[in-house]
Design a protein around this ligand. Sequence first.
Ligand code: SF4
Length: 392
Amino acid sequence: MAELIFRKGLGLKDAVAGALTADYHSGLIESIKNADFRHLSGRLTIHLAREFGFCYGVDRAVDYAYQARRKFPEQTVYLTGEIIHNPDVNDRLRALGIRFLSDPGEDPDRVGPGDVVILPAFGVTIAMLEQLQRQGCTLVDTTCGSVLNVWKNVRRYAQDGFTSIIHGKYKHEETRATASQALQFPNGRYLVVLDRAQTRTVCDYIRDGGDREAFRGQFAPAASDGFDPDHDLGRVGLANQTTMLMSESVEIAGMLRQAIADRYGESELPARFRAFETICSATQDRQDAVIELLDRQALDLMIVIGGYNSSNTCNLARICAARLPTYHIAGVDALLSAGAVRHRRVDGVEVVDEGWLPPDRPLAIGITAGASTPNAIVGQVIERLGALANAG
Ligand code: SF4
C-alpha cells in the first residue's frame, strides 16, 4: 500500500536543492556574514544581527514542499494554509502550482484520495488532521520538532489533570493546534493568554475568585468549551507558542506561580503548578542576537524584515522599537523611496513614514529578519537601502 503520510521528507532533497538555492539564497548575505556581519555601502554601514532569517523548522518545511511538488507532478498538491508567515515564500509555492485550502473557493471537504496535502511548520489541529486522514489524502507533515515538543508537554498536562495555560495568540495556527492537543484527554482544558495584562486577570481570579461569567465572557474564544475558572484554574501548566517574547513568557510563568502559591501555599506548588520553557531555540537565538547587536553597536535605526503576521518577527520588532526607531517591513517593496517607508508599527498598524532615512550624513543601520524570511529578501533590502541612501 502506498505511504499516506510523509514525516521525514520524500527522498528528493538533492533534487530540489538547486531550486531552493535559486529562490532563497543570497550571495550578498553570505559575503556580509564572512565580513563579520558588517557591510559598507557609501554613507551606510549595515550591521546584521548574528542570527536572523530562516530557522531549521522553516528550512525543512519549505524543502519538503518543494520535494512534494517534485514527487507528485501529476497530483493536486495543497497546503492547509500558509506554510510559514512570509508572503514571498507563499507566492513562490503558489507559482509552483501548490494550492492553498485557505484560499477563497477552496474547500477541505473536497480533497480526497489522490490529493496531496502539506501540513505547515506550525502544525494543524487534531480535527483537521483526522479529517484529511479520513478523506484518504496523502499527507506531507512538516510540523516542526519544536512545536511537537510543546504538544508533548500539553498532552502531559492534560493527562495529569492540569489546565494548559498557553502564552500565545489564540488565532495563530500553532496555538490553535497546540490547544487541540489538550482536548485529547477527557478532562483536558486550555486557556490562551496573550500578555501580562491578561495573565494578571487570570492571577487575580486564582487568588480571589471573581465573577465567573464575566471571566468566561472575556476569555470565551481563547478557552476550551465549558471552561470553569472556579475549577479549571486550580492546577495549571504553562506552555508557549514557540515564537513569543522570551522575557514576557518568563514573567508570565512567574506571575502564575506566585498566584498559585498565594492561594494554596508554597507547599502545594508541585501539585498545582508546572512550567516548561517551550520558546524554540531559533526564536530565542534571534532575540538574543538582536539584543546583543543593540547593546554592542550605536545605530541610527533598525530594520526588521518579515511577514506582518509572523509572530517571531513582530517580537523582534518590539525588542528593537523599545530602544530606537524601528521599521518592520514585509519586503523590499516597503522601501518606497529615500523619503518614505511603509511599515508595521508595534501596535499592529501599517503606516507610511516620511523622512525615515536621515539625509547627508553617515548612517549605521541594524538589520534582522524573522525565522520565515529568506536571505534573498534580506539581500534585496540591503541593496535597495544602499541605492536609496547613496542616490544623487
Ligand atoms: S520558529 Fe521555531 S518552532 Fe517555528 S518553525 Fe522555526 S524552529 Fe520551528
